[in-house]
Write a protein that binds this ligand. Structure first.
Ligand code: FAD
Length: 378
């Protein structure tokens, strides 16, 4: 069993971690001690904790690296220090905001851009300054573990779906899998019932719609602003090889279309050695042929783990998600609706609704909690 595409958490994803804790699977997420970023010049940054107090705990690892020059390190320190006291203006991009804090362009390109692309599905020139500020504060400044990358050590069906179903069933919830809602039937400002694809009708006091905005429209509702969000692709490639370095875990490859490479072999107990490469904000490559995508993924894999150059590719699986997530730009905020709708008994959830987080599991969990609270309040 493989996931279509790698999912990771950060140590600062409190709601997502709380959710996994509640359903009993947080222990199956490996929070790593260090994050490795490899530049196009092959210089390496390994961000890791030290005995220094927060927010200085990551400083020794940044001082020690040759990934950034002395001037860049000073510029980064200046910008990070200024983050908490300087809020960005409205409609400001992450790049404009960081430039206003005297962060060198080269630091934005080599350090911030890999973060915006993988977390916001957007490059720094268009990414929301507000969201990037929140993320940088949470990752670098606010807690000791905020920067840690949480990598699931089993497929998401085992970490999320199965334990969540067990949790719900134990509490008397009925779940209907593979059951599509075809139509929402309204009368006045209320929902009367839902018609399922089977033709069956079900009704309830309240309804939480945790679907993408276009699904709302397919059910006969409006998109509540979601149609103004810009959705961007993610591409994932599994590379099955005859050998990979068992010590290689995962790395971010700055400047490559496939910006992250993960070793799936051990966690997933696979027969073949398997690396997984992920390309976010992948508009430029999503339409390319399987062969081209595999070549790009292999190029990133070789940079991430040089022994890959000598190993033989046995098989590759390509996964394209054309509308993977919305991109978190300065203008996306106004397009994200709250949980309450003009219909009195229907509530919205989903990563694209109005949470402070970009389209992530963290945002999805937060939106679910907020929607549940809105139902209770109503
Ligand atoms: C390739 C890829 C990689 C990602 N990587 C990460 C990552 O590393 N870390 C991270 O935090 N996030 C990542 N994300 C984002 C993360 O997957 C989402 O933020 C999260 O899944 C959103 O959850 P959700 O519940 O809002 O929506 P979804 O997970 O999209 O769930 C919506 C559900 O609604 C169902 N549905 C739709 N229409 C109907 C209907 N008519 N009737 C019944 N059901 C319906 C769908 O089948 C689906 O199950 C990634 C996303 C993609 C696509």
């Amino acid at each position: 069993m493989l996931d279509n595409c790698q999912h990771v958490l950060l140590g600062c994803c409190d709601a997502a971690a709380g959710f996994l804790e509640k359903i009993g699977s947080i222990g199956r997420v490996r929070f790593q001690d260090s994050i490795t970023i490899i530049g196009s010049d092959e210089r390496v940054l390994r961000v890791k904790d030290s005995p220094l107090p927060v927010p200085l705990h990551l400083v020794p690892s940044i001082v020690a690296t040759n990934y950034l020059s002395v001037r860049e390190k000073i510029g980064l320190a200046r910008a990070l220090t200024a983050l908490s006291s300087h809020e960005p203006g409205e409609n400001c991009s992450a790049r404009e905001y960081l430039q206003s804090l005297s962060c060198p362009d080269s630091v934005i390109k080599r350090l911030v851009e890999p973060i915006t692309i993988s977390a916001l599905n957007e490059c720094a020139a268009s990414a929301s300054a507000e969201s990037v500020r929140m993320l940088l504060l949470k990752v670098f400044m606010e807690s000791r573990d905020g920067y840690r990358l949480g990598v699931p050590s089993a497929p998401l069906t085992e970490i999320v779906e199965a334990p969540a179903l067990r949790y719900l069933t134990k509490r008397g919830c009925k779940t209907r899998l593979e059951t599509k809602v075809a139509r929402v039937n309204t009368s006045g400002k209320r929902v009367r019932s839902l018609t399922l694809n089977s033709g069956k009708t079900i009704s309830s006091d309240a309804y939480v719609m945790a679907v993408p905005p276009w699904s709302l429209e397919q059910m006969g509702l409006e998109q509540f602003g979601g149609d103004r969000l810009h959705w961007r692709p993610i591409v994932g490639v599994h590379l099955f090889l005859d050998y990979i370095d068992p010590d290689f875990d995962c790395a971010c490859i700055a400047g490559e279309p496939f910006g992250w490479v993960f070793n799936k072999t051990n966690d997933f107990g696979l027969e073949f050695a398997c690396l997984h490469a992920v390309a976010s904000a992948a508009d430029n490559i999503v339409g390319r042929s399987k062969r081209e995508l595999v070549e790009l993924a292999l190029r990133a894999a070789k940079k991430a783990s040089p022994p890959v150059s000598k190993s033989i590719l046995k098989r590759a699986l390509v996964y394209r998600a054309p509308r993977a997530t919305f991109s978190t730009t300065a203008s996306s905020k106004s397009a994200r609706p709250g949980n309450i709708t003009p219909l009195s008994n229907i509530f919205l959830a989903g990563d694209w609704t109005d949470t402070p987080w970009p389209a992530t599991i963290e945002s999805a969990v937060r939106s679910g909690r907020a929607a549940a609270q809105a139902v209770i309040d109503s």
